[in-house]
Write a protein that binds this ligand. Structure first.
Ligand code: CTP
Ligand code: CA
Length: 225
């Protein structure tokens, strides 16, 4: 399908999309974060709305303007993102986890700013695991026919890593990007392979993030039947 020709094939569907990157605070002025721009998640939200879906976009720290006709929920941390996804998921036909979720968060939050102490080395930062939202939602679907889509950025043996991750997460589709110089982060364009739990492999050539988004929705529409 060419871009923009799909028509309202998501009409009557509710899609939940996470976008951006979580920030895990250390103290009132510092956090651990990542370089996700949120642009791919926003492209998914715009294209789903254009195809007739009701869209809930859960965004973490993107700073991007709200897309027209989309319900936007703002979160900061992975724990807040999990709460927002679990709250929106029960009546969703599709959940797409495009957000970069921090794998770890600092074990403790300092309510006052952490200060240097003369002649002393800094305290080590102890990290704890964040919940795996994608695995949780895929394992415990509020509706049996609900579709769950994940994203992964991989290096080295990208496809083998992607296949293993798809199986581990238990999702229906996994969009696998190869990361490297000038690829993916902050860019307007993307290139990926969409792996299906049914064994399918859909390459998406280098192009606008909307084109990748539309391919994801094509695969979703096909699976929703
Ligand atoms: N994800 C999630 N919750 C987490 C971590 C990741 O929901 N705590 C989701 C992401 O939104 C993405 C998918 O899982 O859709 C894959 O993220 P990725 O970081 O590649 O997976 P990890 O299992 O964290 O593997 P890795 O050790 O390679 O980072
Ligand atoms: Ca990770």
């Amino acid at each position: 399908l060419a871009r923009g020709t799909a028509g309202p094939d998501l009409a009557g569907r509710h899609v939940v999309i996470s976008a951006g990157g979580t920030r895990e605070p250390l103290d009132p002025v510092r956090f651990l974060g990542n370089r996700s721009s949120g642009k791919q998640g926003y492209a998914l939200a715009r294209t789903a709305a254009a195809r007739g879906a009701r869209v809930t976009l859960i965004e973490a720290n993107t700073g991007l303007p709200d897309p027209a006709g989309v319900d936007v929920v703002r979160v900061g941390t992975a724990v807040q993102l999990r709460e927002a996804v679990l709250k929106a998921a029960p009546d969703a036909d599709v959940v797409v986890m495009a957000a970069a979720v921090a794998d770890f968060r600092p074990e403790t939050y300092a309510t006052g700013k952490i200060k240097k102490k003369d002649g002393q080395d800094p305290e080590p930062i102890v990290l704890v695991r964040n919940p795996d939202i994608l695995a949780e939602i895929a394992a415990d679907r509020p509706r049996p026919e609900q579709l769950v889509v994940g994203f992964a950025a991989e290096t080295d043996d990208v496809l083998a890593n992607g296949r293993a991750k798809l199986a581990r997460k238990g999702c229906d589709l996994l969009v696998v990007n190869e990361v490297g110089e000038r690829k993916t982060f902050g860019s307007e364009e993307n290139e990926a392979v969409v792996l299906g739990a049914d064994g399918s492999e859909t390459p998406v050539p280098h192009g606008p993030k909307e084109a990748l988004a539309d391919t994801v929705w094509d695969l979703v529409v096909h699976r929703l039947g």
